[in-house]
Design a protein around this ligand. Structure first.
Ligand code: NAD
Length: 289
């Protein structure tokens, strides 16, 4: 159902790769709610993905930008304001990538140039977006900037690897920049900590199907879907949440407040007779991880 919550608002949406992407669902909902916006992604993603199909549907354009490049971000913000006819009201940062995860490098054996890339793409790019926008004074008063995070920023999750460090940094940037941007220009900055969701980035996480099942059983309301995440983003872009800033907002069906649920407990009990196949750990053996 559409409420016209974003009527007259202008935005930039990063990270819609294909129809599974959370950013894709956010773009569809923002369009329904009356917003005008531009889409952006890397040149490679634009070639490989389906972003132009989404742009047609939302009657807009895709501007290529690598979110780690200040030149690209300057160009993106300039072009976005030209196309949309003025300053921006909302930005979605929906970007994540870890070369260590992609290449199967274990957390206790990270390649540090890969780690630099993980942090730059998945977290520091958020600072770059905010800093570039602030220098250009590209965001209207009471504008809203949202990035997507995951609970591995606070708790350890098997297999999430260096993305956990990236998410912790991302959430810290939201607080630190939220203070400056809020005090100076009344721009709010938040992160949404979303349930595991079946997307291209999500499916790269080790043991993703088990993680999805575990958090579904643990969450009293079940996992939040990408569509539900989009709904939540819309409320944060709208004028209904004007005093919400510098927060990491859990959108996870209650998962982050749980210790053990009956549904997870019952499932665990079924497996108690089978001995865990951990064996004896030796150096370089990650069976205990
Ligand atoms: N899927 C999940 O389980 C889940 C859960 C919590 C949070 N998140 C977060 O949601 C966000 C979106 O991920 P998704 O699950 O929709 O997956 P996705 O793969 O559809 O989106 C990731 C996007 O990041 C873009 N990207 C990568 N490098 C970039 C760069 N240098 N510059 C600009 N864009 C770049 C990709 O092209 C892609 O569009 C990520 O921050 C992810 O960590 C995902």
């Amino acid at each position: 159902m559409a409420y016209k919550l974003l009527e007259g608002k202008k935005g930039i949406i990063f990270g819609a790769l294909n129809s599974d992407s959370i950013a894709w669902k956010v773009a569809e909902r923002a369009y329904e709610e009356g917003a005008t916006f531009v889409l952006t992604n890397t040149a490679v993603a634009m070639r490989m993905g389906e972003t132009s199909t989404l742009a047609e549907k939302c009657k807009t354009e895709v501007i290529p930008a690598d979110a780690t490049s200040i030149d690209d971000l300057n160009n993106l913000l300039t072009r976005a304001m030209e196309i949309l006819g003025g300053k921006i009201d909302f930005i979605l940062h929906s970007i994540g990538m870890s070369p260590n995860v992609r290449k199967g490098r274990h957390y206790s054996d990270l390649d540090y140039s890969n780690l630099d890339k993980t942090l730059d793409v998945s977290a520091i790019s958020f600072h770059k977006v905010l800093q570039t926008a602030r220098k250009m004074d590209a965001i209207n008063e009471w504008g809203s900037v949202v990035a997507l995070s995951y609970v591995a920023a606070q708790r350890t999750f098997y297999g999430y690897n260096d993305m956990a460090d990236a998410k912790a940094l991302l959430e810290s940037i939201a607080r630190s920049f939220g203070y400056i941007y809020g005090r100076e220009r009344r721009v709010r900055v938040n992160t949404i900590s979303q349930s595991p969701t079946v997307t291209t980035a999500g499916s790269g996480v080790k043991g993703f199907a088990h993680l999805l099942d575990f958090s579904e059983r643990m969450s009293p309301l079940g996992n939040a879907t990408a569509e539900e995440c989009a709904d939540y983003c819309i409320t944060l872009f709208s004028d209904l949440t004007r005093k919400v800033t510098m927060q990491n907002l859990f959108h996870d069906g209650g998962f982050s407040s749980m210790g053990m649920s009956l549904r997870a407990f019952q499932q665990y009990e079924k497996g108690l007779d089978d001995e865990c196949d951990c064996g004896k750990a030796s150096p370089g053996d990650h069976r205990y991880d």
